[in-house]
Write a protein that binds this ligand. Structure first.
Ligand code: PRP
Ligand code: MG
Length: 212
C-alpha cells in the first residue's frame, strides 16, 4: 500500500504546530529531529522534514504529496499548488518596512529605492500593481538588518509579533498580504493517495472545529 508523503518545516516557527496538528489527528510519529524522514506508526503516512522554501517545488514535482506550509511561501513560489485547508496557526503578514526616521507617505516613495527581501516575487507583484520601480536585493535571512548596514532603504519580510522590526528601528509602512499555515497538495496525486488525504482532511476539520 502506498503512503502519503507529507512535508513539514524542518525547523522554525511552523514546525511545532505542524507536528501538534498531526498528533491531534491521531498520526503518531517518532520525532527524531535528526531524521529527515519518519513514518507514522499507525497510518499510511510518511513525514518529510524540509526547508520551507524548497517545499513548493517538491509539491509541483510530486516528490511529496502534501505539505503543511505558510500561505506566504506558496504565494511567493507556489504556482498551481492547491490549498485544501487553512489551519489557523502561524499567522503573519508580509510587510514593507523602512527606518523609523524615514519620512514615508506612500508606496511611490520607494521609486528607485533599494528593497531587501526574501520574497522577491511577492514584492515585485506589489510594486508592479502600484506602478513603482525599485531595486530588489534578495537575501535569505536576517533581512531586517539591511537598512542598518546600508544595504537597502527598505525591507520586505514577514512580520508576526513585530519585535524584529522594533529591535531594528524599522516601521511597517505597507501590508502586502496576510498569511497562515495551510494544508497544500501536489497537483500529481494517485486515487489511492487522494483517499488517504481525504481521511486526513476530514480529521483536520474536526480538530480545528474543536479548537474554536
Ligand atoms: C522571521 C522573519 C522576521 C521575523 C518576524 O525571521 O523573517 O524576521 O521572523 O517575526 P516577529 O515579527 O515576531 O519578530 P526568523 O526569526 O525566522 O529568522 P530568519 O529571517 O533569519 O530566517
Ligand atoms: Mg527574519
Amino acid at each position: 500500500m502506498s503512503k502519503l508523503r507529507i512535508a513539514v518545516q524542518k525547523s522554525g516557527r511552523l514546525n511545532e504546530d505542524s507536528m501538534r496538528i498531526l498528533k491531534d489527528i491521531g498520526i503518531s510519529i517518532d520525532n527524531g529531529i535528526d531524521q529527515l524522514k519518519a513514518s507514522a506508526r499507525n497510518f499510511p503516512v510518511e513525514v518529510f522534514y524540509l526547508r520551507n522554501g524548497d517545499i513548493p517545488q517538491y509539491l509541483k514535482d510530486g516528490v511529496v504529496d502534501a505539505a503543511i506550509i505558510g500561505e506566504n511561501v506558496l504565494i511567493e513560489k507556489g504556482n498551481g499548488i492547491n490549498v485544501v485547508e487553512k489551519l489557523g496557526f502561524s499567522t503573519c503578514r508580509v510587510c514593507i518596512a523602512v527606518p523609523k526616521t524615514t519620512e514615508y507617505s506612500s508606496i511611490k516613495d520607494l521609486e528607485g529605492k533599494r528593497i531587501a527581501t526574501s520574497y522577491p516575487n511577492t514584492v515585485e507583484m506589489y510594486l508592479k500593481e502600484n506602478g513603482v520601480n525599485a531595486n530588489l536585493h534578495i537575501i535569505n535571512g536576517s533581512v531586517e538588518i539591511a537598512p542598518n548596514i546600508g544595504l537597502a532603504d527598505a525591507i520586505c519580510d514577514i512580520v508576526s509579533s513585530g519585535s524584529t522590526l522594533f529591535k531594528n528601528n524599522l516601521k511597517e509602512v505597507e501590508t502586502i498580504l496576510t498569511s497562515e499555515a495551510v494544508l497544500a497538495v501536489s497537483p500529481i496525486l494517485t486515487d489511492e493517495k487522494q483517499a488517504i488525504l481525504d481521511t486526513i482532511q476530514f480529521r483536520i476539520k474536526s480538530v480545528l472545529k474543536g479548537r474554536d
